[in-house]
Write a protein that binds this ligand. Structure first.
Ligand SMILES: NC(=O)C1=CN([C@@H]2O[C@H](COP(=O)(O)OP(=O)(O)OC[C@H]3O[C@@H](n4cnc5c(N)ncnc54)[C@H](OP(=O)(O)O)[C@@H]3O)[C@@H](O)[C@H]2O)[C@@H](O)CC1
Ligand SMILES: [K+]
Length: 511
């Protein structure tokens, strides 16, 4: 699914009105009807007090239309208008007028702090103050209103976006933004929903298909693509019946050091679990027994160094290198890593300590095969691209880095974002239980496994990230967030692939 900008959504709005020969008020009614259907399905007529806060633009118009329809359904609704400007939108005014048809209670105008109504934790707050038209920080009593709503633990539903949040612009830390428990967003989610500085304001969210012009949506260049289950289904490649392990790739996992042999074992184990035909581990010699015991399917090759890797000598051909987990940053390990890079011409996967080594040795960066994949967490990313002022600068710098070096970057987080030149792929699977030691080692192994199996490196990355998250989601159904650990996530890769097609019409033949 495409993630579009506020400006693109406004253009889509215009194009829809022209092409579908409807008025903007019809579109607003469509939106409000969809929201009320959803609310009604959940509330089922409950006599809970609902307080709807409306701005004076079209987000406020949506709020007024929702208020009218909720009143018609028999809900206990009080409507407030934040009277911050005389410049009310046309469709706001139409709905301001229409609400008279269903209630004698005219919306209550709020103009200062003293006008704020009492909100109790038993209320439901519907926030329709600002949507995609927000164009400056919210100040004065409006900021106080948002902070007041946030201070009461009433369930808060945002219309299109939590008010005060920009769709795709950076914020200052002190900006007043409503913190929603749930957001009904229209047509496409907004980029700010997925970024660490702002994503928490959104709560859970649902994308309502409001039927904007498909032609516009088709041609629009998105800010990013959201990778959900359906996209992952399309990326999955079913195995050929006559396949043998020789056609399913060979991953060579290079890493591990004294006390960190678990990391490389997790990577190698995940590469096997995700389907690579063969997996070998290039490790310091003292770790041989550890890896062979933890992963019987994995072959080991030992470096001369006992405690850490000191050299890179072996006779393997045609492998996909996955380097870094647990490797440490000893100088000799760096030389071995550099030698490994020089011997490779096909894309490799670089994680953890190997990323840190690259960050301090930019010459080696230039030697990486095109389309190699780097999987940094934020600390490692900062070492690579420098610090950033906000989430958007982080993405811009990552895009520049990716384009300059012909590399794919995986920015790990609650919504992991894959960066390939100018393109962003936001992953929607995964959960907070995956913030656990070794989870990244597993991810590196999964991506390497799909590269080895012949997936295009970018698809292997985006699909690998999605399946890693999906494994965590499936595992959490049994283990809860607290009980998740990296080896469990790894063991759920197969079940997660099955689960991807657990819709009977869509089942692959081997499932
Ligand atoms: N896209 C679609 O397809 C559809 C969109 N729809 C809906 O329309 C919404 C977008 O509506 P919108 O463009 O009228 O903008 P909105 O968010 O109501 O705010 C604009 C008003 O806020 C004001 N203002 C801005 N910042 C401010 C501040 N900091 N502090 C104070 N005031 C501030 C600004 O004032 P001005 O800058 O002009 O002074 C203007 O008056 C969208 O989110 C969705 O809900 C659906 O109905 C139909 C399909
Ligand atoms: K809103």
């Amino acid at each position: 699914m495409k993630i579009l900008s506020a400006q693109q959504l406004a253009e889509a709005d215009k194009s829809t009105i022209e092409k579908q020969q409807i008025t903007s008020i019809d579109l607003m009614e469509r939106v409000a009807t969809l929201v009320v259907e959803r609310l009604h399905a959940r509330l089922n007529g409950a006599p809970v007090p609902i307080k709807i806060f409306c701005g004076i633009g079209n987000n406020g118009g949506d709020g007024l239309a929702i208020a009218r329809l909720m009143i018609q359904h028999g809900y206990h609704v009080t409507t407030y208008v934040t009277n911050c400007s005389k410049k009310r939108s046309k469709d706001f005014l139409v709905n301001y007028d229409r609400i008279k048809d269903v209630t004698k209670d005219w919306p209550i105008l709020l103009s200062c702090k003293e006008d704020f109504p009492e909100i109790t934790p038993k209320d439901i707050v519907i926030d329709a103050v600002f949507g995609t038209g927000l164009n400056r920080p919210v100040t004065g009593w409006m900021a106080d209103l948002f902070n007041y709503i946030n201070s009461v633990s009433a369930f808060t539903v945002a219309i299109d976006m939590p008010s005060g949040l920009y769709a795709n612009e950076p914020h200052d830390k002190q900006d007043a933004i409503v913190k929603a428990d749930h957001t009904f967003t229209f047509q496409t989610p907004k980029l700010s929903f997925f970024l660490p500085e702002t994503g928490n304001q959104v709560g859970t969210f649902e994308v309502l298909n409001i039927g904007l012009d498909p032609e516009y949506l088709m041609q629009a260049q998105p800010l990013a693509q959201l990778i959900a289950r359906e996209a992952a289904q399309n990326m999955y490649r079913q195995r050929d019946k006559f396949v043998h392990k020789g056609n399913l790739g060979h991953v060579l996992c290079m890493g591990g050091s004294h006390g960190m042999m678990g990391s490389i074992s997790l990577t190698a184990g995940a590469a096997i679990n995700a389907g690579a035909g063969k997996v070998s581990a290039y490790i310091p010699s003292h770790g041989n027994t550890i890896v062979q015991t933890l992963c019987p399917e994995v072959m080991t090759l030992s470096s001369k160094g006992e405690q850490f890797i000191t050299d890179f000598e072996h006779v393997l051909k045609d492998y996909v290198l996955c380097v870094g987990p647990g490797m440490g940053q000893e100088e000799e390990s760096y030389s071995a890593f550099a030698k490994a890079v020089h011997q490779q011409s096909s894309p490799m996967i670089i994680d953890a300590d190997a990323i840190n080594l690259l960050a301090s040795n930019h010459d080696l960066l230039e030697k990486l095969p095109k389309n190699s994949i780097l999987t940094p967490h934020d600390g490692e990313l900062k070492r690579l691209i420098g610090d950033w002022k906000n989430d958007y600068e982080r993405l811009e710098k990552a895009k520049e880095f990716s384009a300059k070096h012909d590399l794919i970057l995986v920015l790990k987080g609650a919504y992991t974002i894959t960066v390939a030149e100018n393109h962003l792929y936001v992953n929607d699977s995964g959960n907070p239980g995956m913030a656990t030691a070794g989870s990244g080692d597993v991810l590196a192994g999964v991506i390497a496994s799909f590269v080895a199996q012949g997936y295009d490196p970018l698809i292997a990355t985006v699909f690998g990230v999605h399946m890693h998250g999906a494994s965590g989601d499936l595992a959490a159904q049994t283990y809860a967030h607290e009980g998740l650990k990296a080896s469990i996530i790894s063991n759920f890769i197969g079940p997660a692939i099955l689960n991807l097609f657990r819709n009977p019409e869509n089942k692959p033949q081997n499932a």
